[in-house]
Design a protein around this ligand. Structure first.
Ligand code: CTP
Ligand code: MG
Length: 230
């Protein structure tokens, strides 16, 4: 598999759960915009050939990287939902990525992904036809009623949390996202679109510290995690 492997990086969200006037991907993390940490982690992976960053409309904060670790960083315009942004990114990939070639998708908001986990996803996910990083659920799982009281304890076995990167063949992913879009279904990740299309993405266990920076307090945690990885 020597086809050039690109990574689509959805970064067109507003970060409403963090709040503030700037989308979270541009807020400082250890002194630099969060998104630069994520892009550098991806670009420094020896098997990733280029990045397609998906930006929001009227994005005034994009720092404008166009080459990282000698690899091209292209941008395109996203949409209202994450899945719209990912579809736009997959469509905008250069023609050197064939329909049969694999594509990674990784949230801009996950700066702590480990190189070794990406490598394992590639090694295990390619022969499986596609897959995603995730982790089996550790905690006991409760279902709450409307009053916030625990109604029932859900079984934990076979339950996984889904992370990114997720990796699928360009043509199959693009088709699956389009079918979901046409059906009016907002898929929450690429694997969900693929499941709907009849695929069974391989779950590849990755480190739990591949957190998605979601709230304001996650910045301190991400800084701590990154400082330990250096
Ligand atoms: N994203 C995107 N396009 C959207 C929505 C989200 O590209 N229309 C991206 C975000 O920028 C982020 C990733 O998808 O990198 C994961 O989404 P999430 O963590 O939910 O980020 P936001 O949507 O920005 O945050 P929130 O849901 O709190 O508003
Ligand atoms: Mg969101």
């Amino acid at each position: 598999m020597n086809a050039p492997l690109w990574c689509v990086v959805p970064a067109a969200g507003r970060g409403t759960r963090v709040g503030g006037s700037i989308p979270k991907q541009y807020l400082p993390l250890a002194g630099r915009p969060l998104i630069l940490h994520t892009l550098e982690r991806l670009a420094s992976h020896p098997r990733i050939a280029g990045l397609m960053v998906v930006l929001g409309d009227n994005d005034a904060h994009w720092p404008g990287a166009d080459l990282l670790y000698g690899k091209p960083v292209l941008t395109t315009l996203g949409g209202a939902e994450r899945c719209d942004s990912v579809l736009a990114g997959v469509r905008a990939l250069p023609p050197e990525v064939s329909d049969d070639g694999f594509v990674l998708v990784h949230d801009a908001a996950r700066p702590c992904v480990r190189e070794g986990d990406i490598t394992r996803l590639l090694d295990l996910g390619m022969p499986a036809g596609g897959g995603l990083l995730g982790a089996p659920l550790r905690d006991t799982l409760k279902r709450a009623d409307d009053a916030g009281r625990s109604e029932v304890t859900e079984p934990r076995d076979h339950r996984w949390r889904a992370f990114t990167p997720q990796m699928f063949r360009r043509g199959e992913l693009s088709a699956a996202l389009q079918v979901a879009y046409a059906a009016g279904v907002t898929v929450s990740d690429e694997a969900m679109a693929m499941e709907r299309a009849g695929f069974a993405p391989l779950l590849v266990e990755g480190a739990e510290d591949n957190i998605k920076v979601t709230t304001a307090t996650d910045f301190a945690l991400a800084e701590f995690l990154l400082s330990r990885m250096k």
